[in-house]
Design a protein around this ligand. Structure first.
Ligand SMILES: C[S@@+](CC[C@H](N)C(=O)[O-])C[C@H]1O[C@@H](n2cnc3c(N)ncnc32)[C@H](O)[C@@H]1O
Length: 475
């Protein structure tokens, strides 16, 4: 039966293309062969393979063929919530389970290989949300795919089991998947990973990666091991935090938060080019240490504005209080960028758009607040902050060349122990490269590492800010 677009979306029914299926199976079996933990295995004991969201069973079929060629017998189990999908399974010996795999009672069943391309179901969408609950330890916004990862590791043989999944890259760093990552780290080692930048494999508009886990866990997971799946491929410089002179983090000195959908809709009737009120500063107006308000137009609610201001008298209810809270000295951070683009609002005159992360120093004395705002701007605009945000948030961007600069990610940027006055002065003078150099000095970086960082970071500067950009104008 033909599946409607709505059902497809609701069930995450985007089948794995053959080349990706082949790669997933090949990597899984290569890991088993190279690791040698199956070498003493009784050849007459069938290999138990599960795909908990099997669709037409294409992954099970591929594993079966490859294992047969290597002399193994196979017991394949496929589960799917959609009976029509299960009806497409060709091999008669596959045991099928028509159920929601996340709620099914699996009892004592354990599998040598759990393989799959589980449904990716955003919890931000009313069509696919499970309503905030999670049976597998994720937070309310953990994608269903992360729940399948937790399930897969729980169902794999504790000694020598393998879990190989096609997953959205957001599982690598999403906040609500963090408890699942910790649980997986307790039970398994990340054995291998694979992805290529900017290649979309499905109709689904998602960046994916293949992850292969091996049970049991034999070592503590290295810090930031999950995002390394992305940062290694992209060539993001590694940061040895012990080798930097640091003094806590940005989050120790400021409160960070971001506007959400509610603020967006509250702003819609209040924004206009000819209104009186604070300028609206959206992500597109934020360059490193420079606000483009009045220089560059923006699109907001499908309309173009040249000088958008917010008429605060048109805000309703709690949003008046929200605006007052935001009209304080702060740093605004653009979202979805390759390096961190942050700008200081020393006078507290701007209102942030959605999604912009707001960083408000916790200092109370006005002089200290001013100094803190300028220092936070300088630190965030530097290369260490950019690299750290990749290590903390890699995989969460809308494209593979961008990071989602959530409050949690920005808060995790290490604070340099050294003096920041040169960095602040350079930032204020509009020389972000000199400011970057000065922040590297404040972290005590040796010259060769500082050069490496600058060489990686500078090409990420937006046009008009880049030192070799003669036009000096925005795009
Ligand atoms: C991305 S498709 C993958 C299918 C197949 N494994 C493949 O690789 O081509 C995801 C499958 O998960 C099924 N599915 C969605 N939610 C499920 C659930 N809670 N339990 C079991 N299967 C589910 C869908 O019906 C769909 O067939």
């Amino acid at each position: 039966m033909a599946v409607t677009k709505a059902v497809r979306k609701k069930l995450g029914q985007f089948y794995t293309p053959p080349d990706l299926a082949e790669l997933l199976v090949e990597r899984t079996l290569a890991d088993i062969a190279s690791f040698g933990d199956w070498s003493g295995r009784d050849p007459h004991r069938p290999v138990r393979v599960l795909d908990p969201a099997c669709g037409d069973g294409r992954l099970l079929e591929r594993v079966r063929v490859e294992l047969h060629m290597r002399g193994y017998t196979v017991e394949a189990v496929g589960c799917d919530v959609d009976a029509d999908a299960l009806a497409g399974i060709g091999h008669p010996s596959t045991r099928t389970i028509h159920a929601n795999a996340l709620e099914y009672d699996w009892g004592d069943e354990r599998f040598d290989i759990v393989i799959g391309n589980p449904p990716y179901l955003s919890q931000m969408s009313s069509a696919t949300t499970r309503g905030g609950s999670s049976r597998h330890g994720g937070g309310p916004y953990a994608d269903a795919a992360a729940e399948f990862l937790a399930l897969g590791v729980a169902l794999a043989e504790p000694e020598g089991g393998r879990v190989s999944l096609v997953l959205p890259q957001s599982v690598l760093a999403a906040r609500d998947a963090a408890p699942i990552r910790s649980r997986v780290d307790e039970l398994a080692d990340l054995a291998w990973s694979w992805w290529v930048a900017d290649q979309r494999f499905f109709d689904a508009n998602v960046n994916v990666c293949l992850l292969g886990f091996r049970l049991p866990s034999t070592r503590p997971a290295a810090p930031l091991e999950w995002t390394k799946v992305v940062t290694d491929v992209l060539g993001i410089p590694e940061l040895d935090l012990d080798a930097l002179d640091t003094d806590g983090t940005v989050g120790d000195r400021a409160e960070l938060n971001a506007n959400f959908r509610d603020e967006y809709y509250a702003l819609v009737p209040a924004v206009g080019d000819h209104h009186d009120g604070p300028p609206l500063v959206t992500s597109g107006l934020i360059d490193p240490a420079h606000c483009r308000w009045g220089e560059r137009s923006i699109k907001f609610n499908k309309q173009r504005f040249d000088r958008p201001r917010v008429d605060v008298s048109k805000l309703e209810g709690r949003f008046v209080e929200w605006a007052n809270r935001k009209l304080v000295p702060k740093v605004l951070v653009a979202n979805q960028t390759r390096i961190v683009e942050a700008v200081a609002d020393v006078d507290g005159a701007w209102l942030p758009g959605v999604p912009v992360t707001t960083v408000v120093p916790t200092a109370t004395d006005p002089d200290e607040i001013r100094r803190a705002v300028l220092e936070i701007e300088a630190v965030l605009c530097g290369p260490i902050a950019a690299a750290m945000c990749w290590h903390l948030g890699g995989g969460t961007g809308l494209s593979t060349s961008a990071i989602r600069l959530s409050p949690a990610v920005v808060a995790g940027v290490p604070w340099p122990a050294g003096d920041l006055s040169a960095a602040v002065a350079a930032c204020r003078a509009g020389d972000v490269v000199a400011a970057a150099r000065a922040t590297l000095d404040a972290y005590g970086c040796d010259p060769s590492f500082a050069d490496e960082m600058l060489t990686w970071w500078a090409p990420g500067l937006p046009s008009g800010v880049r030192p070799d950009d003669d036009e000096g104008a925005d795009d």
